[in-house]
Design a protein around this ligand. Structure first.
Ligand SMILES: Cc1cc2nc3c(=O)[nH]c(=O)nc-3n(C[C@H](O)[C@H](O)[C@H](O)COP(=O)(O)OP(=O)(O)OC[C@H]3O[C@@H](n4cnc5c(N)ncnc54)[C@H](O)[C@@H]3O)c2cc1C
Length: 456
């Protein structure tokens, strides 16, 4: 084995890191500080050839493999114990092409890399709400964010991927080439191979009218009841995710609100400020909000708005569901649990899945919950591991109370390790087709450090 590792090291353009190396402890860390895994080898690949060499090496050595994009995964699926981490973080090439309204991003890009490249041309492609999240994991799970209602999910704008398969082959998946694989990677996660580059459609989005509107907790039930109708019927230019949050002591918030638990909506309107003001009237019309920071800003500014609040290394405990309807009972339970955030950074978000995201059907891509209206995520977050019992208990209690009102499954990118039944509930009748495609492209389940789909 040491000889084979030396050969692998010699064949890589990138860096190979082992437990005895100084860089090891930093390289094995992921965004979630709760994850503590010790791989045997971390390969910081520099190009596709490096990825192919890693796949061949791991297959020949019968070594477990994980794929690391941005390292943000809730359950820490970018890193594994005792195996080889194919770390793509050096593969950050981006090429925005205004002539074809596309952007090509290598597998290790984070969204800030893509936004920076596209913004120069007045373009954007849908991603999430934080610029440090990986393009790889977010896209392959679906991709929900500020532009969902206007442009659909990230996968709705994914035109092609280049991939290294379990047998070492390099293929493209698109509408024309390997269309079964193209269907599967749009929601099926990292089950099918290492995506070395993504080709996305871009849209003319440069300035947005965006920011948070906050209300006191006493109005939370009223806000949720108005929001549930509003966001399903709003113009597609209007996106807004609902949140319970504790106001951080950041300069944009008035001091008297610092540390207060409140509810709010974070807006992203792709129309003019006048049109946004007009569209948001129903959400403002039932009395002035406690804080309203909606205004024109460059799209990348919105995308990096929350980055400083969630730096790497915090302890994160996640629970999620898809939601079709917010009944009055569910609203009451949200207010009950959302009012008791256990720590400053803990939160509950409802991300809209409607507008343009409803144009595709449940079976058009692997993402099978197009008939839902929100992805709900409850996260207990804190820097101090000593607070984990508190944040975990709150998250579980909140989730247990609301789960009966959910649509069943959960967004794969918001799940930790919740077992096979939960994965099946998430893919519903797409699961069997995914399992058949898995059997074709990865029959030995070589790529299994993910929300795993067993080969049929
Ligand atoms: C602070 C924060 C904010 C978030 N906000 C959003 C949001 O707004 N919208 C949203 O949809 N999600 C969001 N997420 C969830 C996010 O989509 C998932 O955590 C996702 O897995 C992160 O992708 P990554 O590449 O950073 O993760 P990693 O941990 O690097 O990878 C996770 C898994 O994805 C797969 N993968 C990653 N890259 C590749 C690749 N190139 N080829 C093949 N497989 C790959 C692998 O299976 C890997 O195990 C957020 C997460 C965090 C921590």
């Amino acid at each position: 084995m040491p000889e084979a590792i030396d050969q692998l090291r010699a064949s890589l353009r990138g860096e190979l890191i082992q437990p005895t190396d100084v860089a090891y402890d930093t390289a094995r860390k992921v965004h979630n500080g709760m994850i503590d895994r010790s791989p045997a080898i971390i390969a910081k690949c520099a190009d596709v050839a490096d990825v192919m060499a890693c796949v061949t090496f791991a297959r020949d050595s019968k070594l477990l493999v994980s794929i690391r994009g941005g390292g943000h995964n809730a359950g820490g699926l970018g890193v594994c114990d005792g195996g080889l981490v194919i770390d793509l973080s050096r593969m950050k090439g981006v090429r925005a092409d205004p002539a074809t309204d596309t952007v090509r991003a290598e597998g290790g890009c984070v969204w800030g890399d893509v936004d920076h490249a596209t913004h120069a041309f007045g373009m954007a492609t849908p991603s999430g709400i934080i610029s440090t999240t990986g393009v790889g994991g977010l896209t392959l799970g679906g991709g929900l964010g500020h532009l969902t209602r206007k442009c659909g999910l990230a996968i709705d704008n994914l035109l092609a991927v280049d991939m290294v398969l379990a047998d070492g082959r390099f293929v493209t998946a698109s509408e024309e080439e390997n269309p079964d694989l193209y269907w599967a990677v749009r929601g099926g996660g990292g089950n099918f191979g290492v995506v070395t580059s993504f080709l996305f459609r871009t849209h003319a989005v440069k300035m947005v009218c965006a920011g948070p509107t906050l209300w006191p907790l006493e109005r939370a039930a009223e806000v949720l009841r108005i929001y549930r109708e509003f966001i399903v019927n709003a113009p597609e230019d209007v996106n807004g995710f609902f949140a319970f949050l504790m106001v951080p002591p950041a300069p944009i918030f008035p001091e008297h609100l610092h540390g207060k638990t409140m509810c709010g909506v974070v807006w992203c309107c792709t129309c003019s400020p006048e049109e946004a003001d007009n569209a948001l009237k129903p959400m403002r019309g039932f009395g002035p909000p406690a804080f309203d920071f909606v205004g024109p800003m460059p799209y990348p500014m919105l995308q990096s708005f929350f980055d400083p609040i969630y730096p790497p290394g915090l302890q994160w405990y996640w629970r999620a569901d898809f939601v079709k309807e917010l009944s009055d009972e569910a609203v009451a339970l949200h207010v009950q649990h959302g009012s008791r955030l256990p720590t400053m950074l803990s939160t509950m978000h409802l991300y809209p899945i409607n507008g343009a995201a409803h144009r595709a059907g449940n079976n058009d891509t692997a993402f099978s919950y197009r008939d839902s209206n929100w992805a709900q995520v409850i996260v207990g977050v804190d820097p101090d591991p000593a607070n984990n019992p508190k944040t975990i208990a709150w998250t579980k209690e909140y989730w247990n109370a609301l789960h009966p009102y959910s649509a069943g499954g959960a967004y794969v990118n918001f799940m930790m390790d919740e077992g096979e039944d939960r994965i099946k509930a998430t893919y519903r009748d797409n699961y069997d087709r995914l399992a058949a495609i898995k059997a074709k492209y990865d029959p030995t389940n070589f790529f299994r450090v993910n929300q795993n789909i067993q080969p049929a």
